[in-house]
Design a protein around this ligand. Sequence first.
Ligand code: SAH
Length: 267
Amino acid sequence: MSDRTGDGGDVGHVSLVGSGPGDPELLTVKARRLLDEADVVLHDKLPGPDIISLVPEDRREDVGKRAGGEWTPQEYTNRRLVELAREGKHVVRLKGGDPFVFGRGGEEMEHLASEGVPFEVVPGVTSAIAGPAVAGIPVTHRDHASSVSFVTGHEDPTKEESAVDWDALAATGGTIVVLMGVGKLPAYSAELRSAGLDPETPVALVERATWPGMRVATGTLETIVDVRDEAGIEPPAITVVGDVAATRDRVRAFLRSGYETEVGEGR
Ligand code: SAH
C-alpha cells in the first residue's frame, strides 16, 4: 500500500522480494502477502512459472529476457521501479531466490536510495542452499565440509583478472556452490582440477530446483561435463562441488522431495 504524503504527491515504495527457488510453498509468508498487496510486480523468469502465475497478468511486468533473447537492460528496470513508485504505486520487485545473492538486488537498492525512493528488503530462500537441499545434499556437513563458498560461474575463469579465485576456493577444502555455472562448467571444472582438487571429487547439478520438471545429475570433476551434455542440463542450475555432493547417493532411496520427474545419472 502506498504512503500518502498529503502534500500533493503520493509516494509509493518498492519491496525487493526474494521468491525462493520456485516452489510457491517456499515463498515466505511475507513475500506471499506482498504479492497479493502490490499494485505492480516486476519480475523476470527466475521465480519460476508457478510463482509468477500467482500474480494476475494485469498486475505484473516481465523485465527479464525479451522475445529476441535479449535481456532488458538493468537501467530500464531501475528507471521503471522509480517511475512506478513516483506514481504512488507499491511496487514489488520479485527476484528469484534471495534478492541479494547474485541477483543485482544490491544495485537496485542503491539506485532506489539515490533516487530517494523508500524501499524494504524481503529475504528469500536462496537456490544456492535450497537447490542442493532438495536433492539430498547438505551444503555443510560435520564430516565432509566445514565451509561453503557461493560463486558465480558466469565469467570466464581463464581471463586474467577473474574475480573468482578458483585456486583459493580449491584450497578451502569446503563445498563450492556455483550459480550461473552451466555454460562455463568445462572451464571451471578444469581450473579446480589444476588447482589440485581430486578428479574423483563428487559434483552434482541441480536443474530447475523445486520447479516442475526438476532434474539432478551427478558425476565427478572428471565426468561432470559429459554428464551435463548427456543429460542436456540447462540453466537455471546449481553446481555443487565437494564431498557433500555424494551424500545424495547415500540417502536417495528414501528421499521424498516430491519434485523430481527425471534423474540424470553420472556414475
Ligand atoms: N538470487 C538467486 C540467484 C540469481 S543468479 C538466488 O538466490 O537463488 C541466477 C542463478 O541462480 C541461476 O543461473 C542458477 O544457477 C541459480 N538458480 C536460481 N533459481 C534456481 C533454481 N530454481 N534451480 C536451480 N538453479 C537456480
